[in-house]
Design a binder for this molecule. Structure first.
Ligand SMILES: Cc1ncc(COP(=O)(O)O)c(C=O)c1O
Length: 383
């Protein structure tokens, strides 16, 4: 789509073009080493990511989804347990809970940030509650202070889903140090993206770290002696080597995302669209890393705007169109429409605009001018 009048939602090849040489060198280093699963590249990445977050240990794994499974399994989540989580997030969150045989218990979200609303959490705690999952959606940390108070009062661990939030901060503390265990995804469109699937769990607790290291390799310790019921969630050396190259550029890319977000804010204001496109809310004392720039589209016009963008070759995405409590495979939980109204309203109105570090001012201007044209056309039709 590059070079045409369109604007992609994300351009994963831009980083490849920028870093072609060091990425090729990293691949060759792995080819020459002969160690392609786990090994020194993975260990080095684990150490570098843990340091980047300010945490004690990193355990590389095959994806962000497996990171969530490892974290919950290490905390002992199993059948008959309950885990509290928001219904407005990616499916992997609830998938991990259900895969372990536990019951997901939803707590609705804050309408401004789309993160879990701490005021909804305490009322959901029962004697079966085993953990609280805080998802840092779109790249902004959840409201942790009240969650910490609840967690302490009830002696419950918090699992951070930081898949979209590497480098995000809450009152100066990095995602990865805000709960018992944090889960990262290196899916290619994430702020730190691999060239395939990859993920990591981060913790400062040596026992949980050891447990997760063991679980990711079939619970084996030592070789062929299986201490736990684990599975294969290992990380490839090739992905680790390439992620190490990219990690040294992450802060520069994050700054570029933040600048692009500010430009979108300004263009929306300039085009008098603030009443139509509600800009993302950034809470004070947060470092929002803008994995996504997500607006709320007014007056039920989100889906018409999506069709307009498609026609104009402008990338956009709905994260997420169906809240978890209304997903078909979770029908057995017995939820119905209206149970989590804030999540349901978000699912009807959110829209992610093109966002990647290399996005140009012209591309962003084109996106917002296209929204302005859509709105003029809608106003004419309504008159
Ligand atoms: C919030 C959230 N949690 C978990 C995941 C799962 O990560 P992965 O795709 O690496 O399995 C993702 C990635 O899409 C995500 O956005």
């Amino acid at each position: 789509m590059q070079g045409s009048a369109g604007v992609p939602l994300c351009d994963v090849q831009a980083q490849y073009r920028e870093l072609e040489e060091p990425l090729r060198e990293a691949v060759e280093r792995v080819l020459r080493s002969g160690q392609v699963i786990l090994g020194p590249e993975v260990e080095a990445l684990e150490e570098e990511i843990a340091r980047y977050c300010g945490a004690g240990y990193g355990i590389g794994c095959s994806s962000g989804s497996d990171a969530l499974l490892l974290a919950l399994a290490a905390l002992g989540v199993g059948p008959a347990d309950e885990v509290i989580l928001p219904p407005f997030t990616f499916f992997a969150c609830v998938g991990a809970v259900c895969r372990l045989g536990a019951r997901p218990v939803f707590a609705d979200i804050d309408p401004w940030t789309c993160n879990i609303d701490p005021a909804q959490v305490e009322g959901k705690i029962t004697e079966r509650t085993k953990a609280i999952m805080a998802v840092h959606l779109y790249g902004q940390c959840a409201e942790m202070e009240p969650l910490w108070r609840i967690a302490e009062r009830w002696q419950l661990p918090i699992v951070e889903d930081a898949a979209q939030a590497i480098g995000a901060e809450y009152h100066g503390k990095r995602a990865g140090t805000l709960g018992a265990i944090a889960c990262f995804s290196f899916y290619p469109t994430k702020n730190l993206g691999a060239l395939g699937d990859a993920g990591m769990v981060v913790t400062s607790d040596p026992d949980w770290a050891e447990h997760m290291r063991c679980l990711r390799a079939h619970g084996m310790a030592p070789r062929y002696y299986h201490k736990y019921m684990g599975w294969n969630a290992r990380l490839d050396a090739l992905q680790a080597a390439m992620l190490r190259v990219k990690l040294s550029h992450l802060d520069r890319w994050t700054t570029a995302r933040q600048q692009a977000a500010l430009r979108y804010d300004a263009f929306i204001e300039e085009q008098h669209l603030a009443h139509f496109l509600q800009r993302p809310t950034v809470r004070p004392n947060r470092r929002h890393v803008f994995n996504q720039y997500v607006v709320r589209v007014a007056r039920g016009q989100r889906d018409a705007l999506v069709r307009h963008f498609k026609h104009e070759k402008i990338g956009c995405e709905i994260y997420y169109p169906v809240p978890l409590h209304l997903q078909e495979c979770l029908h057995h939980l017995g939820h119905k429409e209206g149970d989590f109204p804030v999540s349901e309203e978000a699912a009807r109105s959110v829209l992610a605009l093109p966002m990647f570090p290399e996005i140009t001012v012209d591309q962003q201007r084109r996106v917002i001018q296209s929204v302005a044209a859509f709105q003029r056309q809608e106003t004419r039709l309504a008159a």
